[in-house]
Ligand binder design. Structure first.
Ligand SMILES: [Zn+2]
Length: 398
């Protein structure tokens, strides 16, 4: 029992429901809980920032596309007002794509959270450079777990990142995606971000682990999340607590071993709790579900793909974008790149061209959409057909 006490002392800070009443009962007739029965008791849905079910805004009427730019046309936005004056056709195409498409897929990366104060891996400042990583691969590789020094360093970095995320709010672009969901124009968000910022918006939600069958949530976290830890042995998830430290043991594994010891069975050992971030060279526990969901989305005739705030350095995500782009083009939809940097030719060739490359801060997109609506749509409605009312997408002003 001395061994158990030692393990108990290092699981402090992990929320769980003890089964004291079960342990105190007649152990002769007690069957130890299976991982499946334990899992049923744990919440699968991550917090969304609201507990009420919000009512959805009406989807606007579809308007035919009047102008399509040449392949890989670039819209550079340094100043929103200037872009509206200089490039009304390209902004008009962007406006059309974002307000008329009905099954939009967003593939997002670190760039959409920069305005929220979360640095990307290549940022020269911030917590990643503090921990000496020059790339995501340096900082997030499963091989880190072979060295106890590196585990300590990784854990400190996760704690810092978690504290930063706790203080952060969704960006304008997160709210913009939320509005697409509110008007039922969003098919899915596939995010490479682990910060869960989109989940603070009322219409965006995910589940962890992902279910194997529909209904699926509208946010898919491709690389896990910073809000949970997961047991390396039984894969049960727990919330990541502020005092999380390296090598915390899994309470349920310990519980199971205690029960087995009591009934005279051999113990099975226990896993340690690891942040639920999918590391390089690590098996993805939700990989199969993500495959099922993306297959389903490919068959759902997506009509717009927005690749936002990512340079598509991860091969799996790049392949996914290529497939989505192909499906969108098959529906005569719009493929849009949105990032501070234009894509290299290798990416445009791989994806076989995009309809519009928007070189801008992601947060300027809501302003571009509302600016275009005010300058060109509302104005023409007022002067020509004042009796017509169209329920246009409102931009967020956060
Ligand atoms: Zn476990």
């Amino acid at each position: 029992m001395g061994k158990t006490t030692e393990h108990e002392s290092i699981v402090v800070g992990v929320k769980r429901e003890r089964q004291d009443s079960v342990l105190a009962s007649d152990t002769e007739t007690y069957l130890p809980p299976t991982p499946q029965s334990i899992r049923k008791k744990l919440p699968e849905k991550l917090p969304t920032g609201t507990e009420s079910t919000p009512t959805r805004r009406k989807r606007q009427k579809r308007v035919p596309l009047k102008y399509r730019p040449e392949k890989n046309a670039i819209l550079e936005v340094q100043d929103v007002t200037q872009a509206l004056l200089d490039e009304p056709e390209k902004v008009g195409f962007l406006y059309h794509a974002l307000t008329n498409s009905q099954r939009i897929i967003v593939v997002s990366g670190a760039g959409i959270s920069v305005a929220s104060g979360i640095p990307d891996f290549r940022s020269s400042k911030g917590i990643f450079s503090k921990y000496g990583g020059s790339s995501g691969k340096d900082l997030f590789d499963i091989n880190l777990f072979r060295s106890s020094d590196k585990i300590q360093q990784f854990t400190s970095m996760i704690r810092d990142l978690s504290n930063l995320v706790e203080r952060s709010k969704p960006s304008k672009f997160h709210h913009f995606i939320n509005q697409l969901a509110e008007t039922s124009n969003l098919l899915r968000v596939y995010t490479q971000n682990i910060d869960c910022l989109e989940l603070q918006c009322p219409y965006l939600e995910t589940k962890s682990p992902l279910p194997s069958k529909a209904p699926f949530p509208n946010v898919i976290q491709l690389h896990g999340n910073i809000k949970q830890v997961s047991c390396t042995k039984c894969h049960i998830n727990y919330p990541l607590e502020a005092n999380f430290s390296a090598k915390m043991s899994c309470p349920e594994c310990i519980e199971l071993d205690n029960v087995r010891e009591l009934v005279g069975k051999r113990t099975l050992g226990h896993g340690i709790l690891k942040p639920k971030i999918i590391l390089y060279n690590e098996h993805h526990p939700d990989g199969e579900a993500i495959g099922t969901i993306s297959e389903m989305d490919l068959k759902s005739r997506p009509d717009c793909l927005i690749v936002a705030g990512t340079s598509l350095k991860i091969p799996g995500v790049k392949r996914m974008v290529k497939e989505f782009a192909k499906a969108v083009k098959g529906c005569k939809g719009c493929v849009i790149w949105l990032n501070k940097e234009p894509p290299p030719t290798s990416i445009t060739n791989y994806i076989e061209n995009m309809d519009l490359i928007v070189v801008a801060d992601c947060d300027s997109i809501p302003d571009l959409v509302s600016g275009y609506k005010d300058k060109y749509i509302n104005k023409s409605l007022k002067t020509s057909t004042p009796q017509i009312k169209i329920d246009m997408l409102n931009t967020c002003k956060t």
